[in-house]
Write a new protein. Sequence first.
Length: 96
Amino acid sequence: MLKFKYTLMLLFLPMAYIIYNFTSSENGLKALFNKKNDYKEQLALQKSLLDKISSTKKNIYLLSPDSLDLDLLSEKTSEVLGKTERNSIVINLKNL
């Protein structure tokens, strides 16, 4: 009976050590879930940056001499220079 207890202890301790390290060490399941969350955050950041890049490219295209959009040009002029056409009303949403 004593040999059985020692054998059981010799089998239990390494298994407990392996399970503990598998679940809670820096290379275990906890780290895996943290990496998955970081990956999702990075994907969301990448998507927002790609959207910003595409909108900037669209604005650049609209302001190019080949396809000049006069409404956008008027908008940008009033934004940057603060000058508008006569009898036009400008509502600044940034200061509301």
